[in-house]
Design a protein around this ligand. Sequence first.
Ligand SMILES: [Zn+2]
Length: 341
Amino acid sequence: MSSIGVVNFSSEPGSVEIREIEKPIIGEDDVLLEVANVGVCGSDLHQWTSDHSWPVNYPVVLGHEFGGHIAALGKRVSGWKEGDRVVSETAAIIDLNSPLTRQGLYNLDPTRKGFGYGVNGAMTRFVKVPARCLHAVPENLPFEQACLTEPCSVAYNAVVMNSKIKPGDRVIVLGPGTIGILCAAVARLCGAEVAVVGLEADRERLNIAKQYGCEGIVGDASAWANKQDGLGVDCVIDAAGASATLKIALQLVRPNGHITKVGWGPQPLNFSLDPLVQKNVTLQGSFSHNWPIWEKVLSLLASGTLDVKPIIGGVWELKDWHEAFDQMHSGKVVKSVLKPS
Ligand SMILES: [Zn+2]
C-alpha cells in the first residue's frame, strides 16, 4: 500500500514534489504512526529553497513536527497500544552508547539523524517512529496544536534551559518566525518584559507577537533596549535565521548580558566580535531538545499556559503543500500546518 508524501529529492532549489511513498516497514522497537497533523518548519522551507546548511539524505519525505495515532507496534514495544494519541521527538536515529546519549543529551550527539532530512519525515500518511521518541498527547489537546510541541520545545530549550531569564528581566527576540515568537512567549512565562524585532515585511507577524504580551518593533530596537537604564537588555535571543543579526544582538545586549543564538545562518560573519569581549557578554548556542523538555512543553500546552493557536495560520491538505509553504515563506502566516489523513 502506498500513499502520497511531500518529497525533497535533490539539492537543486525547488526540488520538492508530491510522490507515492510505500508504507514503511517497522522494526521491533518502532511504531507505525498515522500522521494526523504535521507542522511546516522553517527548515523544511530552507531545504525547499536549498539555502540550508545541514546534510540531507535525498530523496527524503519532509516534516518533523508531527503527531497522530499509533497504527501498529513492533514486538518489543511496551507501554503503548494501537490508537494511542502521540507526538514524536525528532531524533529518529541516535547512538545509544554515545556519552551524550547516556547523559540524556542525545539531541547533541553528532551522529543523530532527524526526521525530514536524515530519515523520512511525516508529510505523508504513515511514518516509522522509534518508540523511545513518543510522548502521550492529553485528550483535550487537538493534534493541530500538539504537532507544534516540537518548535515549542526548541523555544523552551533556548529560553528556559540555555538562557538565564529571571522575572523582571528585559528580553529582545530578533526574528518573528515561529521560533522567535515562541521564544518570546516562553520568555513572558519566565516573567520577562519582551520585545520582538522584525522588518517592515514582518508587521503581521509582529502583531501576533503582541498577542503574547510582547512589544513589536520594526527596525531599530535600541530605544526599547535602552529604555530602562540606558545599558541595554539582559538577554537577546537571536532567532532570525541570518548571521548578520548577531551584530545587532551585540549592540542591544547590556554589559555582562547574555545572547542565545537559536537561528541558523550559513553566511560567514564579516564583523569584529570585540564588543563580545568588551561587554563581557555570554554567547550561547541552543539546539533542539530532549525528553524532559517535551514533557514540560506538553504540560504547558495541555493546560493552555502556552497557547499556540495565535501562530497557526492555516491547515492545508498534503496536495496543497506548495500553498502552505508559500504562505509561510512570504511571511503571510507564521506557521502552516498540513493534514495528511
Ligand atoms: Zn522544526
